[in-house]
Design a protein. Sequence first.
Length: 269
Amino acid sequence: MPSRTAVSAARAPAKARLAAKPAKPAKAAKSARPSAAPEKKRRQRLAPEARASQILDCAARLILDEGFTEVSMERLGREAGISKALIYNYFPNRNDLLRALLERELDVLRARQIGEVRASENFGDLVRRTTRIYVQHVKERGALLQRLWAETTVARSVAEKHLDSREEAMRYFAHRVSREYQLPADVALSAVDMQMAMTEAAAQHLSRSHGDVDFATDICVTLLLGGMDALAKVHGASKAKAKSASSSKTTKPAAPGKVARAAKKKRPA
């Protein structure tokens, strides 16, 4: 049996019933359309030199962040936003790419050192500038250089060119040292060879000096210049002249007149 309320509602005019009907819930606002998938980044046209540099930059980042195992042509293509085939146009294989990266790092260091040589005002300034730029470069790029040199197949192909550049630098500095401190050429060359090793040691010391480039540079330069001063006292021109003069005094031949008089005295009556 229906309730009274239900009967009353049945007798009510249709319009009223319609009015009494609960309003339909408003349609939910159309949700915003999902944003379209981001368009694939268009490849930017670059000059060949700029493109090769971009690829090498990506390789350097991958080596430092994830190691050599992640350096593949396919991965580099994704990182650079270019096709793998395009990378092969610049670097025929992975070893060629890594070799080019190592050569670029060494060329950058060489260019920075040459700039410091040209800006130097005197020999002491030259030593300080070139030492500091080397230590600074190792701080910035040493981790990458160390990993590249550790790849035997890559390092072997670059080593000869690197040694030629090192020999050229040694001859230049040996000439400057010889002129500045009046040292024999062989002494100057040996000194420069040993001092280059000292500069490398200063860069390696960065890890113990909290990366303080100036601290490592100051100590190294003090040792370098102090060593040259000490060498000049032992092997310098003034020392050599004194030694030569002393030698000439002990072996100086007798004058012809003295020899003749001595012979005349010994002649029998």
